[in-house]
Write a protein that binds this ligand. Structure first.
Ligand code: FAD
Length: 363
């Protein structure tokens, strides 16, 4: 018996969930979305991400499990499918205790501690000897991570879904239950998976007032400094961040950033952009030719994305709205890629429960 499934949303959450579901030929999947890979829009977080794997989930939490379970999938894709636009990259993390109480310091508190759970997950983890630390840095570590070229990876995920028979359609919904009537077969969907990110705040039938943005501003440059790096904070403001990551397959280098909670402004702030570029050169002089400042950066574009944060954490659970079975998978903040497979595995297991109940009801 075929299962009619609608995935609402074509960001990394929707596409990963759709890909996993599409691997079962019994599932007939329609992916519906206002924005698709190729679009750049402030309502669409996924294209703006770096994106890399820098775990931030607290040890023992569901978030920890989602990130832990995602690494093997990202590693396998990196090794088996070079066309997916992911590469391994050496990574340096610097921690300053004075950042502990800032928004960025709290966001990165698991990432920056000397003995994190992910030391047993990523390859080559080691603490930098204390006599090699720069002044002001309390501890630092290095490991091998990945950097994802989102402009290549998102379309690659679309391709994997289409190869497995999934159908993609543009659509905008005011109410989540309406998505059940838009399955490509013309039949009503058995289940709708809600992967609408920050828009879950305003989508009828969901209206999740726990959702809020953390604004991330970036500068994409052609310069390639080598390893990725990130710090626990900056001296320019409690919601400003510092990270550098070079994307695979000619995707340029992302200079970040900011973590501005409740800020919806989609226009790049050029003063912030200057601070971002300056900070990145200060910590990584090899970004530019010796002696150069920000004039040595070859800018591709300035960008802003809104991380879809949720008070109380990511929502992955079953729901019923106007008689339509829903599985939610949204609210992935700044970790939508690095937790993508872990979250999608959980969502898929909930979809299976819904479909089993449907089969039982028909017996
Ligand atoms: P989105 O990508 O926002 O997708 C939502 C989808 O739902 C879209 O297709 C949209 O059109 C659709 N939709 C919404 N409402 C409707 C509607 N009413 N009708 C139809 N369709 C609708 N994460 C990492 O793991 N690593 C990183 O290094 C990283 N860096 C980041 C840097 C920045 C600057 C930013 C902004 C984010 C970063 N993130 C990173 C976080 C990551 O980008 C997000 O967590 C992730 O993209 C969220 O994906 P999503 O699919 O849930 O939502």
């Amino acid at each position: 018996m075929a299962n009619n499934i609608v995935v609402l949303g074509a960001g990394v959450s929707g596409l990963t969930t759709a890909w996993l579901l599409s691997q079962d030929p019994a599932n007939k999947i329609t992916v519906l979305a206002k924005h698709m890979p190729g679009d750049y829009d402030i309502e669409y977080a996924s294209p703006w991400a770096g994106a890399n794997y820098m775990p931030v989930g607290k040890e023992g939490s569901a978030h920890h499990k989602w990130e832990r379970d995602t690494w093997p999938a990202l590693k396998e894709i990196t090794e088996k499918y070079p066309e997916a636009g992911i590469h391994f990259r050496g990574t340096l993390i610097y921690n300053r205790k004075k950042d502990q109480e800032t928004d960025t310091g709290k966001w990165f508190s698991e990432l920056t501690q000397p003995n994190p759970w992910y030391k047993d997950v990523v390859p080559d983890f080691k603490n930098v000897p204390s006599d090699q630390l720069a002044p002001g840095v309390d501890n630092a570590q290095e490991f091998t991570s990945v950097c994802i070229n989102t402009a290549v990876y998102l379309p690659w995920l679309v391709g994997q879904c289409i190869k497995n028979g999934a159908v993609f359609k543009r659509a905008v919904f005011k109410h989540i239950a309406d998505a059940a009537n838009a399955h490509h077969t013309g039949q009503k969907a058995d289940v709708v998976i809600n992967c609408t990110g920050l828009s879950s705040k305003t989508l009828g039938g969901v209206l999740d007032d726990k959702m809020y943005p953390a604004r991330g501003q970036i500068v994409v440059v052609r310069n390639d400094p080598g390893p990725m790096m990130s710090t626990s904070g900056t001296d320019d403001g409690e919601d400003e961040a510092l990270y550098i990551m070079t994307r695979a397959a000619g995707g340029g280098t992302i200079l970040g950033g900011s973590y501005q909670k409740h800020n919806w402004n989609g226009i790049p702030d050029m003063n912030l952009a200057n601070r971002i570029m300056k900070r990145c050169i200060d910590i990584c002089p090899s970004l530019v030719t010796k002696g150069q400042g920000i004039e040595g950066l070859d800018i591709i574009r300035h960008g802003v994305g809104l991380r879809p944060l949720r008070e109380g954490g990511t929502r992955i659970e079953k729901d019923k709205v106007d008689g339509v079975a829903i599985v939610h998978n949204y609210g992935h903040g700044g970790f939508g890629y690095q937790a993508s497979f872990g979250c999608a595995y959980t969502a898929v297991s909930l979809v299976k429960e819904v479909l089993q109940n449907k089969s039982r009801a028909k017996l």
